[in-house]
Design a protein around this ligand. Structure first.
Ligand code: TXA
Ligand code: MG
Length: 532
């Protein structure tokens, strides 16, 4: 099937074509000042049914009726004095009013999902107003995304979403009016009883509405008001989303905000720190960043919770919440530096057999301490494993040959546990590397600045072993901006595992002498953390 035709909304011939399609009961994607809408003749039951089919939308979720002006709105809804005041002030504009449905409105019942109330608004987009005047009828139009996706704020996004076998046969064309001026859906206010209610925060700030009709109450759950736009799964990118992030993880697309430059940021929602500009760009940025071939997650900078920022927070919270269970793991942190434990134990056995003095503890051996600097130099890439092997050979007074030591060192200290790096590519959530030993040696992975700073501040780096201190884990959790309970530490050393658990982290301790990748695969699978 051919893809959807995208026509310039300002073009008269395009408007004529759109009108004819609407008359024939087909669907047209229309620009509004908020987000793109998927419009149908609201009086035509078959046309309205096509909206639900094309969106894959549950039929209990009613649609917004778009009209050219207040007069047209009064033909479908019962206006009281408050409603007229709001309409006079904010229409055309990003305010939707939920009002009692007029019995003679003539709307297809599916528009209101059988409710006795109707959502209505006059959009502030010149081409769409032109279409409404020409069509002379109410247009039912939800956002032009497939259900569960982000609302489209560019014509191409709507066209891409609706390039779907259930949508294509029903949609005649996309009218391209350029990027939406607001980029965030309309604010929905319910005026069906004595208490005005904020049913959905949106592009119009509630304070401006409250100035005219008094305080806005929350939706009345007991009254069974259906506003499934408030459903948790409503707005969601495919990749995991983290909010209020100051320092992104490697392989997260970072949506920055404000004048401070963040190296490697995917984009800046508003370099001037203008929250309205951020709102305008947010959905498009989330769509662009939602690319699993480039990123493993999306991180958004803290946004000021003022003005339209409140509605932004609302959308982002829903998107983040819907991408995972609130108690689930959000970041996996690997501390698999304990391979050194393994090599040290082998060394200790060989040294004991050779009659050399061996002290207790994996990291305590004086021979190892003697070449700590060389080991560190290899890990920093400034020396060769041969140099370390030679130093160890001398320190161990010949218990090993240089070749043996080099092989041992190559395979265990500078290399990761086999298979673990491959496993990380299947993780559903982002990950960080805490141990210097594995950092830099796992292809495509590196220690984050967060972790570097934690190590610098709290850990003494000795032969790849971090000192087991709670402070390290508190610092990493703080810098990642995550509650400790959302962090899963993968640990091969028991003292570190205990310190992390004391800091409130989830911990999986693996046996460094067994097949670490196999152990991890089983634990990740049990936690539902693996793709595919
Ligand atoms: O900015 C917007 O409002 C965009 C553009 C296209 O106008 N439209 C939009 O429509 O966001 P949609 O369908 O994605 O969201 C409409 C919301 C839904 O949450 C629906 O539950 C609510 O409006 N709604 C519609 N009729 C209602 C009613 N009678 N009572 C309560 N909520 C209603
Ligand atoms: Mg929607």
């Amino acid at each position: 099937m051919p893809a959807l035709p995208v026509l310039p909304a300002a073009d008269d011939a395009a408007l004529r074509e759109a009108c004819a399609a609407l008359d024939a009961g087909r669907l047209v994607v229309v620009p509004t000042e908020t987000v793109y809408g998927l419009a149908a003749d609201a009086r035509n039951a078959e046309a309205v049914a096509r909206i639900y089919a094309a969106k894959g939308r549950p039929s209990h979720n009613p649609l917004i009726v778009h009209v050219a002006d207040l007069d047209a709105a009064e033909q479908v809804a019962v206006f009281d004095e408050r409603a007229r005041r709001l309409a006079a002030t904010f229409w055309p504009g990003p305010l939707t009013l939920v009002l009692p449905l007029r019995p003679d409105a003539g709307l297809a019942p599916a528009v209101t999902a059988g409710l006795q109330t109707v959502a209505v608004r006059v959009p502030d987009q010149p081409d769409l107003l032109g279409l409404l005047r020409r069509f002379v009828g109410p247009l039912a139009a939800p956002s032009a995304n497939r259900s569960g996706r982000l609302s489209p704020t560019r014509a191409a996004d709507a066209a891409a979403d609706l390039d779907h076998p259930e949508a294509l046969p029903h949609v005649a064309c996309v009218l391209d009016g350029g990027p939406c001026a607001r980029g965030l859906e309309s604010t929905i206010v319910g005026l069906t009883d004595a208490t005005p209610r904020l049913l959905r925060p949106g592009a119009l700030e509630p304070a401006r509405i409250e100035a005219l009709v008094g305080p806005l109450a929350a939706p009345d759950a007991a009254a069974g008001v259906v506003a499934p736009g408030m459903l948790l799964r409503h707005y969601a990118p495919g990749l995991p989303l983290r909010l209020d992030v100051e320092v992104p993880l490697p392989f997260e697309a970072y949506l920055a905000f404000g004048p401070e430059a963040v190296e490697g940021a995917f984009c800046n929602l508003s370099p001037n720190g203008d929250v309205a500009e951020a709102a305008r760009r947010l959905f498009a940025a989330l769509r662009d960043a939602d690319d699993p071939t480039r990123f493993r997650g999306i991180a958004v900078a803290p946004l000021p919770p003022a003005g339209v920022g409140l509605a932004l927070h609302d959308r982002l919270r829903r998107a983040a919440a819907s991408s995972r269970d609130p108690d689930a793991v959000r970041v996996v942190v690997f501390d698999l530096g304990g391979v050194v434990v393994q090599i040290a134990r082998t060394w200790a056995e060989r040294c004991a057999a050779a009659g050399l003095p061996v002290r207790d503890g994996a990291d305590g051996d004086a021979a190892l301490a003697a070449c700590a600097a060389e080991i560190d130099a290899v890990q920093r890439g400034t020396a060769t494993t041969r140099a370390v092997a030679e130093a160890l050979h001398a320190a161990l007074r010949g218990a090993y040959t240089v070749d043996e030591l080099e092989r041992l060192y190559e395979s265990q200290v500078t290399g990761p546990y086999p298979g673990v790096a491959a496993l990380t590519t299947r993780l559903r959530c982002p990950h960080a590397i805490l141990s210097n030993t594995s950092a830099g040696h796992w292809p495509g992975l590196c220690a984050t600045e967060v972790v570097r700073s934690a190590v610098a501040r709290f850990a003494s780096f000795e032969l790849g072993l971090l000192k087991p201190e709670r402070a390290i884990f508190d610092h990493v959790a703080g810098a990642l901006g995550e509650a400790p309970g959302h962090l899963l530490l993968i640990e091969d050393s028991a003292p570190n595992a205990a310190a992390a658990a004391a800091a409130g982290w989830q911990v999986e301790c693996v046996d460094p002498f067994g097949d670490v990748a196999a152990q991890l695969e089983e634990r990740f699978a049990a936690r539902g953390l693996l793709r595919g």
